[in-house]
Design a protein around this ligand. Structure first.
Ligand code: ADP
Ligand code: MG
Length: 376
């Protein structure tokens, strides 16, 4: 499955995280499938580099009911970036380049793909042999940076899925559901998770292929290969002074359980997925409001992201939407959700210090306490 066409991406970091904001939101509109383009018009008009207009006249023509349409008629949105259907993953990946420096400096970071089933999340994050996704490109760039760095870095990866609020190692699925344990530093670890040290891009692609083959897939009415699980690709970069963790997440479909017409087991999965995404929304809202309590404990997903979301970390959200009227409500919900995320305030990045002299640690903590007090 090695891909001969693939060359390391050279996309420049043209798009940087906006100053004053530690969450970057980009929207990627996928091309219509052949069936879609025959049957429906587009309801998303992309205006590069950073805006789009949702619901032109096409929604009328496509027969989207007025009560659904009403709230969103010709609504313009601006994000940090908007990518149309002629954009390759290299350009989308460029949004995440600022996070490379963070993770090499021992600051955690987090990238997630959000959107309904079929909107392009897995295409963006895992990718295909001819168009590798963000997960592959991230490791590739980190390996390149580590090769020329003065410090002795080590890189390891884990790949896991959260399915029905249970955690599975995608690279060693036979290990069964694994428990979350507090790591004593305010974060959690997954007990028994395997970790791997790929040295080449081919090795990364092999690990991803292997993991993706182990993902839980179940048919629903929406999409025959709908993924009902969250996939978390964790890259840990360790130097003698720091440890930084980058979590790249391919979230489960954000569509409502009711809409998929599910019953029994499938419905329960839908409810659990909603719970995780709801919990994520709740945490982001709390971060937005500058609330002193962020409810990370409400789901496995948010517990695992507690040390990588808000606080000391920057986040890039890659929202995926389909272009056509058949996905009208899903697209509206995704854009709405992402508008709220945009508003998360900047918080000071704190490096995960390792092996520092106790005096340094105390001084750093004192400074942080003083700053927090000053901020009220
Ligand atoms: P999701 O993971 O959100 O359910 P997928 O990533 O599986 O959706 O995408 C659904 C289909 O659309 C797949 O066949 C995928 O290859 C295709 N696709 C998604 N995004 C793009 C894109 N930007 N360019 C070309 N094809 C895409
Ligand atoms: Mg998918």
């Amino acid at each position: 499955r090695r891909n001969e066409d693939y060359r390391p991406s050279t996309a420049p970091a043209t798009l940087k995280a906006r100053p004053g904001n530690n969450i970057t939101v980009a929207v990627r509109v996928r091309p219509p499938t052949r069936r879609e383009s025959a049957a429906y018009g587009s309801v998303v008009k992309v205006h590069p580099p950073d805006s789009l207009v949702f619901d032109g006249v096409e929604a009328d023509r496509a027969g989207v009911p007025a009560h659904v349409r009403g709230a969103a008629r010709n609504k313009a949105y601006t994000f940090d970036a908007v990518f149309g259907d002629n954009t390759g993953t290299a350009e989308v990946f460029a949004m995440t380049l600022p996070l490379l420096d963070d993770v090499l400096a021992g600051v955690n970071a987090c990238v997630f793909a959000y959107g309904a089933t079929g909107a392009g999340k897995t295409y963006t994050m895992a990718g295909t042999p001819s168009e590798p996704g963000v997960m592959v490109r991230m490791v590739e760039h980190l390996l390149q940076r580590m090769a020329v760095a003065d410090e002795a870095y080590e890189l390891s990866i884990s790949y896991l899925e959260i399915y029905n609020e249970k955690i599975f190692d995608l690279l060693v699925p036979s290990s069964g559901p694994l428990p979350l344990r507090a790591d004593g530093k305010g974060g959690v670890t997954v007990a028994g998770m395997s970790s791997h040290n790929p040295r080449t891009i081919d090795q990364v692609m092999q690990l991803l292929d292997h993991g993706n083959a182990n993902r839980t897939q179940a048919p629903t009415d929406v999409n025959a290969t709908s993924s009902r699980s969250h996939a978390l690709f964790e890259i840990t970069v360790t130097s003698p002074r720091h440890v930084g963790k980058m979590t790249l997440i391919d979230l489960a479909g954000s569509e409502r359980a009711s809409k998929t017409n599910n019953r029994g087991v499938r419905l329960r999965e839908g409810a659990k997925i909603n719970r995780s995404l709801l919990a994520l929304g709740g945490c982001i809202r709390a971060l937005c409001d500058g609330s002193s309590h962020v409810p990370f404990r409400n789901s496995k997903l948010t517990r695992m992201l507690a040390d990588s979301l808000g606080g000391s970390s920057r986040t890039v959200v890659l929202a995926c939407v389909a272009p056509t009227a058949s996905s009208y409500e899903d697209t509206f919900n995704t854009l709405h959700y992402c508008e709220r995320m945009k508003k998360v305030r900047k918080r000071k990045a704190v490096s995960n210090a390792r092996n520092l002299a106790p005096a340094d640690v105390i001084a750093a903590l004192r400074a942080e306490i003083a700053e927090l007090k000053a901020a009220g």
